[in-house]
Design a protein around this ligand. Structure first.
Ligand code: FVT
Ligand code: ZN
Ligand code: ZN
Length: 334
């Protein structure tokens, strides 16, 4: 009768009765500072700080307050940031020319950040949507569809400008086909291929969870949506093909975005490409949801469990607005 319960191979609790044993049962799920990348929003106005209404504890910064903020975080162990530029006084036009003009806030900030934080890894998001008048991620044809050739050309130009200004990672989020090869080719042409890597937003879904981010950046399309270039949420097949395309074109790192609703895609991508470090973007909507769950102890608990699930599914690095809190939690644990 009790045979099943007495059979030694079914007695699991003997293997995790002690906290050290429990750690051994959770391989590759630890959260250290190098597993975290912090997205930052950079304003044109050098001295401004603006809290983001839809994201508690997130602000947009001009370069001077950003440096102060990063000083604090680097002292706590922050290893990498992902920079998003926001323009209001520079013009927005159909080709996103302000993305790589000399007055662009990202281009101006990169040399300062490199000088101030020599060990901090600087990644730049590359997309046209913060800079185009129509707010789409590429250049449009007269009918409103994507002009593929012009889009890829512009994305590669912007990527190269950021690389020349000091970016160490180029992270194209536009989702245009073949932009990874175009970026790699332009890096090679300028002999930057060994010092600048490419983190492809390879599996970026057309999610409804980008709302707070688009408020922050004021980057919702004026007309239409992004369903013709971001992936359909139900499509594991297109996600696999997008990752395969980007690996073939030379991406150094892959990404799945959003995170929590796409853990199957994280696992599928890591299983297929174990030699490519995999990033997961815990997006603004996920951040806002977790912030709303309860008191700080509950938020911390949910956050840690969520990060563990990303790591268990195969993520090597998590891009998250929770980075400051995570650094505090890491140091509390020590
Ligand atoms: N290209 C970057 C994003 O779209 C970020 C989305 C988010 O945090 O919601
Ligand atoms: Zn975009
Ligand atoms: Zn985006």
């Amino acid at each position: 009768m009790n045979q099943l319960f007495l059979s030694p191979e079914y007695i699991l609790q003997g293997g995790y009765h002690h906290s050290t044993l429990r750690k051994l049962q959770e391989p590759n799920t630890s959260i250290e500072a190098h597993n975290i990348m912090y997205p930052v929003f950079l304003l044109e106005d050098d001295n401004k700080v603006e809290p983001v209404a839809s994201m508690p504890n997130v602000s947009r910064y001009g370069i001077n307050p950003l440096i102060s903020k990063l000083e604090e975080l680097v002292n706590k162990g922050l290893k990498s940031i992902l920079i998003f530029g926001i323009v209001r006084t520079l013009p927005k036009d159909p080709n996103g020319l302000s993305a790589d003009c000399p007055e662009n806030p990202v281009i101006k900030a990169l040399p300062k950040l490199r000088a101030q934080f020599p060990d901090l890894l600087l990644a730049c998001d590359v997309c046209l949507c913060p800079y185009t008048s129509h707010r789409h991620c590429g250049v449009l044809l007269p009918g409103g569809t994507i002009d593929h050739a012009s889009s890829v050309r512009r994305i590669a130009e912007v990527a190269l400008a950021y690389a020349k200004a000091g970016a160490q990672i180029i992270a194209p989020s536009d989702m245009m086909d073949n932009r990874i090869k175009a970026i790699k080719d332009s890096l090679v042409a300028c002999k930057l291929q060994n010092t600048v890597s490419v983190l492809s937003y390879s599996c970026k879904f057309a999610s409804v969870m980008y709302g707070p981010f688009r408020d922050t950046m004021n980057s919702s399309p004026m007309e239409g949506d992004r369903k013709c270039y971001q992936l359909p949420p139900g499509s594991a097949g297109l996600a696999a093909r997008a990752a395969a395309r980007d690996v073939a074109e030379g991406a150094d790192f892959l990404m799945v975005k959003p995170g929590l609703p796409y853990l199957d895609i994280v696992k599928q991508t890591k299983d297929k490409y174990p030699c490519h470090p995999l990033f997961v973007y815990q997006v603004s909507g996920e951040y806002a949801m977790i912030c709303r769950t309860g008191d700080s102890a509950e938020v911390e608990g949910i956050l840690l469990e969520t990060l563990t699930s990303f790591r268990r599914a195969g993520a090597d690095c998590i891009i998250t607005y929770f980075a400051p809190l995570i650094l505090d939690l890491i140091s509390k644990k020590k």
